[in-house]
Design a protein around this ligand. Structure first.
Ligand code: AMP
Length: 184
């Protein structure tokens, strides 16, 4: 059973590392960002509510996010474990996740550490629709205010792994897998 959460700023390389990790462990990749983008593309009620919030770089409400995650974690394919990407992003989401998984909880929270100037350059380079300079700045502020405190939340539970996110994709991947395996 491998229940993983991946933290880290947008542009820290989470997407790439997630693809490699789910392949390595054979677990489903659960990305709230991907789920929201799919909802926007399909024009569902959730998508309509999320679209403008996402374009501004703001956070979609905890209630909506907890709802979609709860539904996803009720699917049978998560029995062997999962990788949560982009969730939790707030204290309320972290608390909600703990309740959903009780009494088990997650095994490891991975933080990919990359400085702000590097992630900003990477986000500008990838040119996604929601990557305007204003939205990038807003997301970094929100990361600092809302998501960075979760590092303490998981660290105090003894399950935080912080990994240096600078280097090649392979180097970062090896660091993450080594860190996870050293915990088993
Ligand atoms: P991401 O693909 O993880 O970068 O997410 C893209 C956008 O979706 C974010 O900028 C938020 O607007 C929204 N989003 C994704 N995950 C969450 C979450 N856990 N809580 C709130 N908003 C989220």
């Amino acid at each position: 059973m491998t229940r993983l959460v991946i933290l880290g700023k947008q542009g820290a390389g989470k997407g790439t590392q997630c693809a490699l990790l789910v392949d390595h462990y054979g677990i489903p990749h659960i990305s709230t960002g991907d789920m929201l983008r799919a909802a926007v593309a399909e024009g569902t009620e959730l998508g309509l509510k999320a679209k403008e919030v996402m374009e501004a770089g703001d956070l979609v409400s905890d209630d909506l996010i907890l709802g979609i995650v709860q539904e996803r974690l009720a699917q049978p394919d998560v029995d062997s474990g999962f990788l949560l990407d982009g969730f939790p992003r707030t204290d309320a989401q972290a608390q909600g996740l703990t309740e959903m998984l009780a009494p088990a909880g997650i095994d490891v929270a991975i933080d990919i550490e990359v400085p702000d100037d590097v992630v900003t350059q990477r986000m500008l380079a990838r040119g996604r629709d929601d990557d305007s300079p204003e939205a990038i700045k807003r997301r970094l502020e929100l990361y600092q205010a809302e998501t960075a405190p979760l590092l303490d939340f998981y660290s105090s539970r003894g399950i935080l792994l912080s990994v240096d996110g600078l280097g090649t994709e392979k180097e970062v991947q090896d660091r993450i897998v080594d860190a996870i395996e050293s915990r088993r």
